[in-house]
Design a protein around this ligand. Structure first.
Ligand SMILES: [Zn+2]
Length: 309
């Protein structure tokens, strides 16, 4: 079976100021990497229905984002989060691509999917745009699986080098989810300490020291994080797939390589095979060195493709 890839040309219309790391060239590098992989089923990422976003963000926040969108140039929502005329459509399609991927995977038309989208989502809190993120894409996906499809155990594994403070905020009191994050500490945004465990022990934060390489990452996952994922017995595995833990990434200091992302993807597919009929939805978060991003996305999606059933 194929792996579905949800994307849209509008992801290149979310334009950030010159020199900003979360730039249009990122999605172009991802598209180029995906072009070299056979057996992908390309799908259009649709605009999310408002009701989907309202599961995690209040109406006033969505209205504030809409009102902030300029007719030209940029508007800054915080020190590093900016919007341009094309940003709203891109953000709505990033969320909508995730919803569509959930629908396809839960329906069983495919076992796994990758959402190649920007802006990313895991830093967006309930009422706060930050860290290049507007809407909590992976949390919107989880809520779709829970509230629309009636699943009861959805796991989110976030291997982006930054802590997903937004996902943690949006799912803090959601007992039907397990959020597992590995991330460099100290690093932006500063959250993600092990004692932040959620309202129902539904959050596991695993900080990594600067310079942590692939072997140490693999040991951490094998000893602590993958057993916790198995214990949860997820009916669906979601991945916040940031590739900025790569050694070449300019925004952080971990030393993972493309093979490490492939290894971790294999292990997450193992857990999905054991508990969830192989169901995996992965969504793009960070990754700011274009070559490392392309190579790592290719390694990740190749594994999804090989494991699709
Ligand atoms: Zn990141």
């Amino acid at each position: 079976m194929a792996t579905e890839v949800y994307t849209h040309e509008d992801f290149a219309n979310h334009v950030t100021p010159p020199g900003h790391p979360e730039r249009v060239a990122r999605i172009e590098a991802v598209w180029k990497a995906l072009d070299d992989i056979d057996g992908l089923d390309r799908r259009t990422a649709p605009v999310a229905e408002r009701a989907e976003i309202l599961r995690v963000h209040p109406e006033a926040y969505i209205a504030w984002i809409e009102a902030a969108i300029p007719t030209s140039d940029y508007v800054s929502l915080d020190a590093d989060t900016h919007v341009s005329p094309g940003s709203l459509d891109a953000a709505l399609r990033a969320a909508g691509g995730n919803v569509a991927a959930i629908d396809a995977v839960v329906a069983g038309t495919v076992s796994n999917a990758f959402v190649a989208a920007r802006p990313p989502g895991h830093h967006a809190e309930r009422q706060t745009a930050m860290g290049f993120c507007l809407f909590g894409n992976v949390s919107i996906a989880a809520k779709r699986a829970l509230d629309h499809h009636g699943l009861t155990r959805v796991a989110i594994v976030d291997f982006d080098v930054h802590h997903g403070n937004g996902t943690q905020d949006l799912l803090w009191d959601e007992a039907r989810t397990l959020y597992i994050s590995s991330h460099q500490m100290p690093l932006y945004p500063g959250t993600g300490a092990p004692h932040e465990t959620g309202a129902h022990d539904n959050i596991i934060n695993a900080p990594l020291a600067p310079l942590t390489g692939g072997p140490e990452m693999r040991r951490l996952y094998e000893r602590e994080l993958l057993p916790a994922l198995d214990d949860f017995r997820p009916e669906l595995v979601l991945i916040s797939a940031g590739f900025d833990a790569h050694a070449d990434d300019p925004l952080a200091n971990l030393n993972w390589l493309a093979d490490d992302f492939a290894w971790l993807t294999e292990r997450l597919c193992d857990a999905a095979d054991a508990h969830a009929d192989g169901r995996v939805v992965s969504t793009l978060e960070g990754g700011y060195d274009l070559n490392a991003l392309g190579e790592s996305v290719a390694a990740h999606v190749r594994v999804l493709r090989e494991r699709a059933r």
